[in-house]
Design a protein around this ligand. Structure first.
Ligand SMILES: CC(C)(COP(=O)(O)OP(=O)(O)OC[C@H]1O[C@@H](n2cnc3c(N)ncnc32)[C@H](O)[C@@H]1OP(=O)(O)O)[C@@H](O)C(=O)NCCC(=O)NCCS
Length: 237
């Protein structure tokens, strides 16, 4: 799948008038899971309005995509922390403006408009946000959306290695690797109620070169399945 034509959408910060459209979007994307609650969306908007995005059809304001993020101090968490803890049970009440990591809690695009570059534009908005706020990185748990199809063949760890080496594709992780992320770990029980991934996720990271120092790079976890590089440092130094 390759996206060539620029989609006719506007990416902007979410406002309360988008909440009903987001709930409808959730129902179209995740047919077996409860949508975001209006109280949760209101909480995201209250604690970190700049971190919430929608992709809308410019004339009608119909919500075609959304992304929800918060800032965390990564050292307060373990790599194996699950989604509920990273997101304050979905309310983002753990948002920490002093943190340096944007935690990408959610991204979704309407199934009728997927594959047209909307997800890509949403991630561009997230990277711009990071630069504007001087954050060092974006991290997220990428649910291994097609893992259940391969569970009898591969462990989650081997499944991730095969995606990294492009032997197989996963609709979520392959998309995220194309957005400049790299995998730094694999966690089990990240989303315990997600049958498609059987709960497994890859922890992924995108680095903001503008805000990272040599010391940050020295502490950076190695790319998953690969030995630590000795002299890794920002490309501009
Ligand atoms: C993942 C998701 C947000 C991608 O959004 P999208 O608008 O379809 O993605 P785009 O059209 O912007 O695609 C960007 C790139 O990713 C690639 N891509 C997108 N979906 C893909 C798929 N299913 N398989 C392989 N590659 C894919 C595109 O080919 C494109 O590559 P290119 O830059 O080389 O052209 C969307 O599929 C979605 O909402 N999925 C369901 C919800 C979900 O799983 N969210 C993630 C939670 S962790």
């Amino acid at each position: 799948m390759s996206t060539t034509k620029k989609p006719n959408v506007l990416i902007r910060n979410t406002t309360p008038s988008d909440f009903d459209g987001i709930v409808d979007l959730c129902r179209r994307v995740y047919t077996n899971a409860p949508p975001w609650g209006l109280d949760q969306l209101a909480s995201h908007h209250r604690v970190f309005p700049e971190g919430q995005f929608v992709a809308v059809e410019p004339d009608t304001n119909q919500v075609l995509g959304m992304a929800a993020s918060l800032i965390v101090a990564w050292s307060d968490y373990d790599m194996s922390t699950n989604w509920r803890e990273f997101t304050g049970h979905g309310y983002f009440t753990n948002h920490d403006p002093e943190g340096k990591t944007l935690y990408a809690a959610e991204v979704m695009v309407d199934p009728n408009t997927q594959g047209r570059g909307i997800g890509k534009l949403i991630y561009k908005a997230r990277r711009d946000l990071c630069r504007r706020f001087g954050l060092k990185r974006i991290r997220a748990g990428a649910r291994l959306r097609h893992y259940s199809r391969y569970a009898d063949q591969y462990s989650p760890e081997d499944y991730v290695k095969k995606i990294i080496s492009r032997e197989i594709g996963d609709p979520t992780l392959t998309f995220q690797l194309k957005q400049g992320f790299r995998v730094i770990g694999v966690v089990r029980d990240y989303l315990p109620n997600d049958p498609a991934s059987q709960g497994h996720a890859a922890v992924i990271e995108w680095i903001n070169h503008e805000a990272t120092t040599r010391a940050d790079w020295a502490k950076r976890p190695p790319e998953y399945g690969k030995p630590r590089k000795k002299h890794e440092h920002p490309p501009n130094t």
